[in-house]
Design a protein around this ligand. Structure first.
Ligand code: AMP
Ligand code: ZN
Length: 112
């Protein structure tokens, strides 16, 4: 059994709060939301970071497209943020690549 948390979500060994899914990607609610909508969109393929995901253009496109679909479904008409925290300085804590979809409130820039 893998010790990667998000791979265990993909296999449904553990069940996250799924909001949408494609053949290549899974979207589920962040357990510690930082905005009214905070959804993580992951490739089903295990890669550690957004940088490594770049080797798989179909998955990149699918993750970004699914995030857009979820944003529309969540009614984020005033905008939203898509973020890949990549590496320690960015605060990445789970090393299975994931896109944060954040919306439902005004956000500041630059981020902390
Ligand atoms: P990052 O810091 O960019 O690696 O983001 C990892 C995200 O995973 C954080 O926002 C966590 O709140 C989220 N997270 C950790 N464990 C879980 C879980 N069991 N279910 C859903 N989200 C989780
Ligand atoms: Zn994984």
């Amino acid at each position: 059994m893998t010790d990667c948390l998000f791979c265990r979500f993909v296999s449904r060994d553990l069940e996250p709060a799924v909001v949408a899914e494609t053949d290549l990607s899974l979207a589920f609610r962040d357990i510690n939301p930082q905005a009214p909508t905070h959804v993580l969109v992951i490739p089903k393929r295990h890669v550690a970071t957004g940088r490594e995901l770049a080797a798989y253009p179909l998955e990149v496109a699918d993750v970004v497209a699914l995030a857009g679909t979820v944003a529309e479904a969540e009614g984020l008409v005033d905008g939203y943020r898509m973020v890949f925290n990549t590496g320690g300085d960015a605060g990445q804590t789970v090393f299975h690549a994931h896109l944060h979809l954040l919306g439902g409130r005004a956000m500041t820039w630059p981020p902390g």
